[in-house]
Design a protein around this ligand. Structure first.
Ligand SMILES: C[C@@]1(CC(=O)O)c2cc3[nH]c(cc4nc(cc5[nH]c(cc(n2)[C@H]1CCC(=O)O)[C@@](C)(CC(=O)O)[C@@H]5CCC(=O)O)C(CC(=O)O)=C4CCC(=O)O)c(CCC(=O)O)c3CC(=O)O
Ligand SMILES: NC(=O)C1=CN([C@@H]2O[C@H](COP(=O)(O)OP(=O)(O)OC[C@H]3O[C@@H](n4cnc5c(N)ncnc54)[C@H](O)[C@@H]3O)[C@@H](O)[C@H]2O)C=CC1
Length: 165
C-alpha cells in the first residue's frame, strides 16, 4: 500500500450503506468539502439529518452500478459483504474504492488518523489489526497534543511569507 493524502474538495463520493461505519467515513469527507451521496435503504438518524439539511444526498434504496459510475471515491459500507464485493467488482480500475468489510478488496484503506492544524498523522496496519492502529493513534494523540496545531500553523505562515515576492 502506498500512502497518499488526497484533496477531496469538490470530489464526488458515493457511499453504499447508511450505518455507523458509513457515517464514520462520511464526516471527515464532508469536512473536506466532498460532494457526498449515500445510497442505502435505511440510514441512521445522523445521516437522515444531514440529508434533510441538504449537506449530503441520500437515496433510500439498494445501490446499483449506475450510482457510482462517475464517482471519484466509492465507499462500500453495507452490512452485506456480497453487495460490497459486487461494488468492488463493478468499479472501474481508475476509481478509488474502499471496502469496509474486507481488507483484500478495493484499492484504498482508511487509516486511524487525527489532525493538529495542518499536521495530520495517520496509522494503518493494512487490515492486520485496525484495533492496534487505533491504539497507536491514541498514543500519538497524547504525544502530539493540541499545542502542535499552533506550532505547525505558525510554520506554515512563515513559509508562505518566504514564498511571497
Ligand atoms: C481494511 C479496513 C477497511 C477500510 O479501509 O475502510 C478495515 C477493515 C476491517 N475492520 C474490521 C473491524 C474493526 N475495525 C475497527 C476500527 C477501525 N477500522 C479502521 C480501518 C480499517 N478497517 C481498514 C484497515 C486499517 C488498518 O488496518 O489499519 C479504522 C482504523 C479507521 C476507520 O474505520 O475509521 C478504525 C479505527 C478508528 C479510530 O478510532 O481511529 C474496529 C474497532 C472499533 O470500531 O473500535 C473493529 C472491530 C474489532 C476488530 O475486528 O478488530 C473488520 C472486521 C469486520 C467484520 O467483523 O465484519 C474489517 C474487515 C477485514 O478485516 O477485512
Ligand atoms: N472498517 C471498519 O472499521 C469496520 C467495518 N465493519 C464492517 O462494516 C459493515 C457495516 O457496519 P455498520 O455500519 O455498523 O452496519 P449497519 O448494519 O449499521 O449498516 C449497514 C447499512 O447497509 C445498508 N445496506 C444493506 N444492503 C444494502 C444495499 N444492497 N445497498 C445499499 N445499502 C445497503 C443498510 O440499509 C444499513 O444502512 C459491517 O457489516 C462490517 O462488515 C465493522 C466494524 C468496523
Amino acid at each position: 500500500m502506498f500512502p497518499l493524502f488526497i484533496r477531496m474538495t469538490g470530489k464526488k463520493v458515493v457511499i453504499a450503506g447508511g450505518g455507523r461505519i458509513a457515517y464514520r467515513r462520511l464526516l471527515p469527507l464532508l469536512d473536506e468539502g466532498a460532494y457526498i451521496t449515500v445510497i442505502s435503504p435505511q440510514a441512521i438518524d445522523a445521516i437522515v439529518h444531514l440529508a434533510e439539511q441538504k449537506q449530503i444526498t441520500w437515496h433510500a434504496r439498494p445501490i446499483e452500478p449506475a450510482d457510482y459510475i462517475d464517482a471519484f471515491l466509492i465507499i462500500a459500507a453495507t452490512n452485506d459483504s456480497s453487495v460490497n464485493e459486487q461494488i468492488a467488482a463493478h468499479a472501474s480500475p481508475n476509481q478509488l474504492v474502499n471496502v469496509v468489510s474486507n481488507h483484500l478488496l478495493g484499492n484504498v484503506h482508511v487509516p486511524a488518523f487525527f489532525s493538529r492544524g495542518k499536521l495530520q498523522i495517520a496509522v494503518t496496519t493494512g487490515g492486520a489489526s485496525p484495533t492496534l492502529a487505533k491504539q497507536i493513534k491514541k498514543q500519538l494523540e497524547q504525544q502530539f497534543d493540541e499545542s502542535f496545531a499552533k506550532y505547525v500553523d505558525e510554520q506554515y505562515e512563515k513559509r508562505q511569507q518566504r514564498k511571497e515576492p
